[in-house]
Design a protein around this ligand. Structure first.
Ligand code: FAD
Ligand code: GLY
Length: 357
């Protein structure tokens, strides 16, 4: 097997975006994926770029999310130009809705710090919301509209990044499971896989919820934990919503071709990717109470995916302090799609700057 400069373990949105960044910087890169590109969480995601919708409180990751959201116009254009893939990037805003007095108080508090942080966030009464979104139920008593939040088609983004990496010279090996990272005299030498040994100078662990066994090299306490999310999709010939609605961690997102993605459950520590019947009932009940007209929509499909949680919601994005050539980028939890453009640039710079010829 020929030698690579950098090997990325995991062909999700994070691994594929880093590979694209490295290939563009002139390194010879391989993505090793045990199934197919975008088979993990990146396939399941709703694709919301919910900087404001997802952050109830300010933290340093919020700034990263903002910077990442701002990169999407360029990402969408670059992937289209290099591969012809349309990532379905749309900026029609996201509504953070309230259906109780308590939630109304909450969304006003969130709006207040977000406006201070320089974001746009418009407070709407129920009547004002209905002018924009007439199918929303009167149970919704208020909303804050975030005009800058958007959404993409998550699997298209992840696959588009991998294809763009390939267009810049990266090689993709699917159905190739990494079994071990081989380190000799404090330096990465390659990876042992089900398809043989791949020599390389650098390895980046980007295996999402499955990263834990490899993270122990960094620190015994490092680990990623799966938080299963179940999602359903309905279809309607009639337009029911213009922009996604977000209520705490529940959302209804209008997608192309009359699809409405409704999600998602939060079930920690389950590696089973099945969908429980009761979860479908819960998600549908919530959705019907917010948009009653969805009761007339037809069934499309259901699926589940595993969010990689780590470190109390903080991703690991670093170089190993003593092993030359070892890197990690995982644990992006509920927002890996949103964070991926920033992460790709950050990790590619980190790896190139630490490349030893
Ligand atoms: P993954 O996409 O899981 O990729 C990891 C890859 O590693 C997998 O393809 C796996 O097969 C591979 N792998 C594992 N072990 C090995 C091995 N030994 N060898 C080789 N390959 C291996 N984020 C948002 O920003 N917006 C959203 O709206 C959103 N909605 C979500 C909804 C749901 C239901 C879920 C589950 C997640 C959602 N997320 C969302 C979160 C987002 O999907 C994740 O943060 C992101 O996809 C993580 O990407 P990743 O590349 O780290 O992991
Ligand atoms: N960010 C949406 C989700 O994780 O379900």
């Amino acid at each position: 097997m020929k030698s690579f400069d950098s090997i990325i373990i995991g062909g999700g949105v994070i691994g594929s975006t880093i590979a694209h960044g490295l290939a563009e910087r002139g390194l010879h890169v391989a993505i090793l994926e045990r199934k197919e590109i975008a088979d993990g969480a990146s396939h399941a995601a709703a694709g919301l770029l919910g900087v404001q919708a997802e952050w109830d409180e300010y933290d340093p990751l919020y700034e990263m999310a903002r910077k990442s959201r701002a990169l999407f116009p360029k990402v969408a254009e670059k992937i289209r130009a290099k591969t012809g893939v349309d990532i379905g990037y749309e900026v029609k805003g996201i509504y953070r809705i309230a259906n109780t007095e308590e939630e109304f108080e909450r969304i006003q508090q969130i709006r207040s710090w977000q406006v201070s942080a320089g974001e746009e966030a418009w407070l709407l009464s129920s009547e004002e919301l209905k002018k924009f979104e007439p199918n929303v139920s009167s149970e919704v008593i208020s909303a804050v509209y975030y005009p800058t939040d958007g959404h993409v088609l998550a699997p298209a983004l992840a696959k588009g990044q991998a294809l763009a990496a390939a267009a810049s010279g990266a090689e993709i090996f699917e159905y190739t499971t990494v079994q071990q990272i081989v380190v000799k005299n404090g330096k990465v030498e390659g990876v042992q896989t089900t398809e043989g040994f791949f020599p390389c100078k650098q390895v980046c662990i980007a295996m999402g919820a499955w990263s834990t066994p490899f993270l122990k090299r960094f620190n015994e306490d490092y680990g990623t934990y799966p938080v299963k999310g179940e999602v359903i999709s309905l279809k309607s010939n009639r337009p029911l919503l213009h922009a996604p609605l977000f209520l705490k961690r529940f959302y209804i997102a209008p997608k192309r071709y009359g699809r409405y993605v409704i999600g998602a459950t939060m079930k920690p520590n389950s590696y089973q990717e099945d969908v429980q019947a009761m979860s479908i009932v819960d998600l549908l009940q919530k959705a019907f109470s917010i948009v009653p007209a969805l009761q007339e929509a037809s069934w499309d499909r259901t699926w589940a995916g595993l969010r990689p949680e780590a470190n109390g919601g903080r991703p690991y994005m670093e170089a190993h302090s003593t092993i030359q050539g070892l890197f990690v980028s995982t644990g992006h939890y509920r927002n890996g799609i949103l964070l991926s453009p920033y992460v790709g640039e950050y990790m590619a710079d980190l790896m190139v700057n630490n490349y030893v010829y």
